[in-house]
Design a protein around this ligand. Structure first.
Ligand code: GDP
Ligand code: IMO
Ligand code: MG
Length: 427
């Protein structure tokens, strides 16, 4: 039975939430496997408009179990608010499960991130300042606190005491900021424990048993491959892997269990935060795309940087993720443009390259080689079958398919579930 991973192929915000909400109709389980509340997944469905940060986008289906996997870092305060908001809007969240191995974001992680970004000054990463990086740093440094620790308050007390002592030393002696109170944090996290203990379990076992029973599973990516700490524009990246390999690691599902890896690409390029972006348009066209497409961050409201589709980066994404097929989203946002362009290669010091470089110093110097195509200048929002797209839009999609080297199974032409052209069913 299908185990489908939906993976961001660019710098995030590709429209993963929309597609997962649509695809989840056929899934028994929907799993978030990476990141934390740095994600902002917009879902527009018959229940309303939702901006989900931690809750999997399958939460709207009564028969579906939503799982926050072990690869996610959880800020329980954010989770409380998100779940309360969903409940107030009539969404039943009782089927939410949380991995006992998922790490917790603690108040000190947010303080550390603020201090680190401040210290970087003009070289700041432009993070979401949710404490994501410091929480993953503690995970790797083996000083993190996990959701499973909430199940035993004595264990929680011991781990918090050890961690906080170190952090407070750093706060008072390095950053010169106030120490945080053990009692306040402990009391707060005991309250989180009382609320979430019944939902915390070994979710890898739950998922693998479901797969053995033949039940369909959907893995919901957060962020995008160009933000991956290994393959993205390091150090202007996030701190966990948004890739297909990260989907396995962050859910406890083995790679050979995945039946389809879907890469999600926007029909153009956007980025929030700092770091190189070869096709960025710092001109009227860039502003026009931002305004037409309302490209402002779901979480932070920050204006997103906009540019032409980068096929060099796209090919790398397809290769390192092993996409079986891809979805192109927001095609409708290009409907009014007289011309559209695609970056096919980079030029650096007179040489043409078509591999995405590891070094950001090199990437910063890369000039995009752009191929121009006439725009279709017709509305695509009501199209539901590929053959009915304007010819020029079809050509654009076919050219992307050719450049990326992977078949397009889905084209999204609007924010609602039904605004999707499905060329191949994944479930
Ligand atoms: P995610 O982080 O990948 O889930 O993407 P975001 O939700 O942050 O950003 C994508 C935005 O595009 C959201 O506002 C979606 O509602 C919207 N969206 C998704 N697909 C389409 C589409 O095909 N057309 C249009 N117009 N909007 C879309
Ligand atoms: P979704 O799931 C877009 C970016 C931040 C910043 C960098 C590091 O909605 O696609 P972090 O807070 O993770 O340490 O910030 O990563 N970033 C995202 N950009 N979409 C996201 O998630 C992002 N999550 C993190 O803007 O540049
Ligand atoms: Mg987003």
């Amino acid at each position: 039975m299908p185990v489908v991973a939906v993976i961001g192929a660019q710098w995030g915000d590709e429209g993963k939430g929309k597609l997962v909400d649509m695809l989840a109709e056929k899934a028994k389980y929907v799993v978030r496997f990476s990141g934390g509340d740095n994600a902002g997944h917009t879902v527009v469905n018959p229940h309303g408009v939702f901006k989900l940060r931690l809750t999997p986008s399958g939460i709207f289906y009564k028969e579906t179990t939503s799982i926050i996997g072990n690869g996610v870092v959880i800020n329980p305060a954010v989770l409380n608010k998100e779940i309360d908001d969903l409940n107030k809007r009539g969404i039943d969240t009782s089927r939410l499960l949380i991995s006992d191995r998922a790490h917790l974001i603690m108040p000190y992680h947010i303080v550390i991130e603020g201090q680190e970004e401040k210290a970087l000054g003009g070289k700041a990463i432009g993070t979401t300042r949710k404490g994501i990086g410091p929480a993953f740093a503690d995970k790797v440094a083996r000083t993190g606190i996990r959701a499973g620790d909430l199940l035993d308050k004595e264990v929680l007390k011991g781990k918090l005491a050890t961690a906080l002592e170190k952090k407070n030393n750093m706060f008072t002696q390095v950053y010169y900021v106030e120490a945080l109170s053990f009692n306040t944090i402990y009391k707060q996290y005991c309250e989180y424990a009382d609320r979430w203990a019944p939902n915390i379990c070994d979710t890898s076992t739950v998922l693998n048993e479901a797969i053995t029973r033949g039940e369909p599973v959907l893995l919901e990516g957060a962020q995008g491959t160009l933000l991956d700490p290994d393959f993205g524009t390091y150090p202007f990246t996030t701190s966990s892997s948004p890739m297909s390999a990260g989907a396995c690691l962050g859910s406890g599902i083995a790679p050979n269990k995945l039946t389809h890896i879907l890469g999600v690409y926007k029909s153009y390029q956007t980025r929030v935060g700092a770091g190189p972006m070869p096709t960025e348009l710092n001109d009227e066209t860039g502003n026009k795309i931002r305004e037409i497409a309302h490209e402002y961050g779901t979480v932070s409201g920050r204006p997103r940087r906009c540019g032409w589709f980068d096929a060099v980066a796209a090919r790398m994404s397809a290769r390192v993720n092993g996409f079986n097929s891809i979805a192109i989203t927001r095609l409708d946002m290009l409907d009014t443009l007289p011309r559209v362009k695609i970056c096919t290669d980079y030029k650096i010091k007179g040489k043409t390259i078509n591999d995405f470089p590891a070094s950001i110093t090199t990437l910063e110097k890369c000039q995009p080689v752009l191929e121009e195509m006439p725009g279709w200048q017709a509305s695509t929002a009501k199209t539901r079958v590929f053959s009915e797209l304007p010819n020029r839009a079809k050509k654009y999609i076919k050219r992307l398919e050719e450049l990326i080297g992977c078949p397009v199974s889905m084209i999204s032409v609007g924010e609602r579930r039904e605004q999707t052209i499905v060329r191949r069913s994944l479930f």
